[in-house]
Design a protein around this ligand. Structure first.
Ligand code: HEC
Ligand code: HEC
Ligand code: HEC
Ligand code: HEC
Ligand code: HEC
Length: 432
């Protein structure tokens, strides 16, 4: 989730919101020039009232990508039309979270709690053609009081495709590619690396901003990547999340170097009805398990240590949504499976949402960072067998938040990404 907040507080405490926004507006006007437009349409009734002053949109993510023309020889901007020729890429995109960024039940739930705030759409359905309204500014600087007008180019079918092909591939009546000289293409092609670049990914995946005291936007995948060893190794968002593949761009075409369009990230599926780990998922973690001593005798102390390394993620693990976290669960269980002792470690960010959003802590794994987690026990009477167990789980959110948003049962909110059980023999036998 881009924006985190304490659910339901936003509506109840708009007073707090606008006070702080006024403060923000004052603070900001010291360093930038604001043009306060007078609202000249029927929506403005009190020209001298501060709330009728429209503060212009100044940040890029406050603006939609401008309306795009349909390239010549195509009938629409829609992915389904692109997919008539680019079948394989279309099928991959359909499986990606990009294709459901609007329908995602979590997005729908959070968006509803945020009064269907327009700004969310600039990353989830970013083309102006995908948005019903053109936003002209914020009344009194309040995100929840937009000045807007109907968009004559609004295309509801395109809206339903969320982060559709045209978001990355269509500008100024041409299809943007890496080549720009493919004569077989029925549509105009143009080379423009700006839109097929890591920087373009980061326009959505790297942003830190405060909208209201209880609403912040917090994704730093780009900053985390920039300070990692991966830039020097020539690996970025695209090389890891869109691996190279040689294949024709259209069926029957010449095989060319191209890239997968599945954008596999975390393990947990988002499509209702699916609960297997996402196809193509490769955990960023390497896990090594040690236990001791080899010979167990009652009364001795023994331990289980799990060493986890962020070996493959080019950013913190987890990255993105501040709600994601991992749990590392270490247990000693008896033969019947009853837990004798266990401990759980949490890896993630910690936030306080009320009365003001504040990040309290962050113990995510940095790229290539290794960390050990240990469970030490006084070995119990060891006539029988025991088991050490390690379970590592990736969580999209807590069960409490899922319940609050009415998401339980809609799709999985957690997935086990690593599990191991080691038998420990009683008496003086060795750990197997
Ligand atoms: C600056 C771009 C941007 C804006 C604006 C934005 N989002 Fe997002 N949103 C993202 C990105 C990027 C992701 C994927 C992050 C990830 O998977 O780590 C995402 C993912 C989400 C998710 C899915 C989280 C999950 O666990 O997979 C939800 C829900 C969400 N956003 C809600 C919202 C809401 C509600 C708003 C408006 C208040 C909003 N977003 C505005 C960029 C944005
Ligand atoms: C989030 C942005 C994004 C979306 C959405 C997207 N693509 Fe791409 N596409 C890319 C990137 C990035 C590349 C690879 C650029 C490179 O190889 O450096 C690419 C490559 C391609 C290529 C290979 C041609 C070339 O220029 O090398 C085709 C064809 C293509 N995409 C079609 C599609 C179609 C069809 C859709 C929708 C079903 C789609 N793309 C959706 C970002 C996107
Ligand atoms: C009627 C079939 C057809 C449709 C519809 C179509 N394309 Fe293409 N496209 C092609 C062909 C053919 C090529 C050239 C393939 C080749 O030479 O390998 C091509 C090339 C491309 C390239 C590579 C351009 C380059 O310069 O590298 C991209 C990207 C692309 N199409 C994206 C799209 C997108 C996005 C849409 C929808 C808005 C779309 N196409 C609709 C047939 C189509
Ligand atoms: C227009 C905004 C936007 C752009 C541009 C964009 N993304 Fe995303 N991306 C999102 C949103 C929003 C989601 C989450 C959708 C959801 O889960 O509901 C997402 C999801 C993802 C995920 C899956 C995350 C997970 O939790 O599994 C990956 C990986 C990803 N994007 C990588 C990329 C890469 C690489 C690029 C550049 C080629 C890119 N994105 C460009 C907005 C964007
Ligand atoms: C060196 C390869 C690599 C690079 C570079 C990389 N990623 Fe990832 N990314 C991964 C792996 C592996 C995962 C899966 C982590 C896991 O869940 O175990 C992942 C997961 C994600 C997720 C899902 C959230 C999560 O933590 O699981 C998002 C969103 C994402 N990446 C976005 C990006 C963006 C944006 C960039 C560019 C700044 C990027 N990635 C660069 C390998 C990479």
């Amino acid at each position: 989730m881009a924006f985190d907040k304490k659910y339901s507080f936003i509506n109840e405490d708009r007073g707090v919101t606008s006070k702080a926004l006024k403060y923000l507006a004052v603070a900001l006007s010291c360093c930038s020039v604001f043009i306060f437009l007078n609202c000249g349409n029927q929506e403005s009734s009190q020209p001298n009232d501060r709330t009728s002053q429209i503060q212009p949109l100044t940040k890029y993510w406050e603006k939609a990508i401008p309306n795009q023309e349909i390239p010549e020889n195509l009938e629409s901007l829609s992915a389904s039309e692109c997919g008539e020729c680019h079948e394989e890429i279309y099928r991959e995109w359909q499986q990606s979270n990009h294709a459901i960024a609007l329908q995602d039940p979590q997005f729908q739930a959070e968006w509803a709690k945020d009064d269907s705030l327009w700004v969310c759409l600039n990353c989830h359905t970013p083309l102006q053609n995908q948005q019903e309204f053109i936003i002209l500014g914020k009344r009194g600087g309040d995100y929840f009081q937009p000045a807007q007008q109907a968009n004559p180019h609004f295309d509801p079918e395109l809206q339903a495709e969320s982060i559709t092909c045209a978001v990355c591939h269509v500008r100024d009546g041409a299809v943007i590619g890496t080549r720009g000289d493919l004569e077989e293409a029925p549509h105009k092609v143009r080379k423009d690396p700006r839109f097929l670049s890591r920087e373009f990914c980061l326009t959505c995946h790297n942003i830190t901003d405060v909208l209201t005291p209880t609403l912040v936007c917090s994704f730093q995948s780009g900053d985390e990547w920039a300070t990692s060893p991966y830039p020097a190794a020539g690996q970025d968002c695209i090389s890891c999340h869109m691996p190279v593949i040689h294949r024709p761009l259209v069926s029957g075409g010449t095989a060319r170097q191209t890239r997968r369009h599945t954008w596999v990230g975390s393990a947990i599926p988002k499509f209702p009805g699916e609960d297997d780990i996402v196809e193509g998922y490769k955990s960023g973690l390497d896990v090594v398990v040690h236990s001791s001593p080899e010979m167990l005798t009652a009364g001795d102390s023994s331990f289980l240590t799990v060493s986890v390394t962020n070996q493959r993620a080019g950013h913190f693990l987890p990255t993105g949504d501040p709600e994601y976290f991992l749990t590392v669960d270490l247990r000693l269980t008896d033969k019947q499976g009853n837990t004798v002792i266990d401990t759980t470690f949490r890896v993630g960010q910690e936030w306080e949402w009320w009365p003001e959003v504040r990040k309290l802590g962050d113990n995510r794994l940095k790229p290539l960072e290794q960390r050990n987690y240990t469970l030490a026990v006084e070995t119990p009477q060891v006539e029988e067998n025991f088991y050490w167990e390690v379970i590592i789980t990736y969580h999209r959110m807590t069960v409490e938040n899922a319940a609050l948003m009415n998401l339980l049962g809609k799709y999985p909110i957690a997935a086990i990404i690593y599990q191991r059980k080691l038998r420990v023999r009683g008496g003086t036998d060795k750990v197997l």
